[in-house]
Ligand binder design. Sequence first.
Ligand code: TXA
Ligand code: MG
Length: 334
Amino acid sequence: MTLVLKVDPERPERERIARAGDLIRGGEVVAFPTETVYGLGGDAFSPKALEKIFLAKRRPIDNPLILHVSGVEQVREVALEVPPLGRKLIQEFWPGPLTLILKKAPSVPREATAGLDTVAVRMPDHRVALGLIEASSRPIAAPSANLSGRPSPTTAEHVREDFYSRIACILDSGRCRVGLESTVAMVGEDKITILRPGGVSREEMESAVGAGVEYYSNREEPEKKFLSPGMRYRHYAPSGELWLSSHQKLEEAVEEALRISPRVGVITLGKRKLPAEVYSAGESLEEYATNLYSALRHFDTRGKDIIVAQAVEERGIGFVAMNRLRKAATRILS
Ligand code: TXA
Ligand code: MG
């Protein structure tokens, strides 16, 4: 049985948050909303709870989790130190969609960090998430609340699809605002390296801290160890194919797809009339990002053989949407 509690995102009902907090303290797994996507949360200091998360998600145990804190003070419970550049980032972007990789405190179980000596930490910008962490009186470890290989959940309905009757509780506060995951960044002495692009952009970070920000790439040295274990896995793989098509090629792509199968779905920016089922993800890059994972799940659960997604401008959150689509795409038409 899974307890599903509706919670007002602006004024979370205290007794519902307290109930979920008790479950976390009891070592159970609770799915909760953040501003990016829903998380699958457990007590960051309980190896048993951490194991439940990995089992439920069917997540490889060498892929570490993000620890969620409700305030800057709580970082001390999980990390040894925050370098000066990290402090600047925290001041500027927390609470918000930015995860920092810091030196791990010894008290953090190795299950949370997959044996690494670093730990991923973030303070979410969502009242329900912050309330839950406070009610649990400890940091909450949480990956995105999807089965490994599925798109991250941006509604409680998505969490239900993947976990109903397999976790203790789901806090339902409707749709997540950003819709794509947080930026994961490593902070050095004088530069910042982005391991995963996300809700806070490189340009925003650069202008806020006045230091160099670069994207991590192991393309030149493929043998070089992956800095972020999660990047090794193919994230979202639809049961059918995913084609990524430019605005100009869209009609052509859909026609070609229809020659292969009648089960074709198209994700567009803005409204388009096309000879297949169209899911308009919105009018702006922000809306497209918010609705992208819903659109992918929509077509996936309806058994489309080919999903054609319209490429968007790689600016701001559009860059992040394209990062996720490129990773999942089996074909790119530009
Ligand atoms: O927006 C988000 O970040 C959501 C919400 C729930 O907070 N969480 C999320 O978690 O996307 P997850 O587990 O799906 O992705 C975490 C990423 C993975 O790619 C993982 O490998 C990386 O962060 N990561 C975690 N700990 C790390 C570490 N110590 N060093 C490098 N990468 C790390
Ligand atoms: Mg994930």
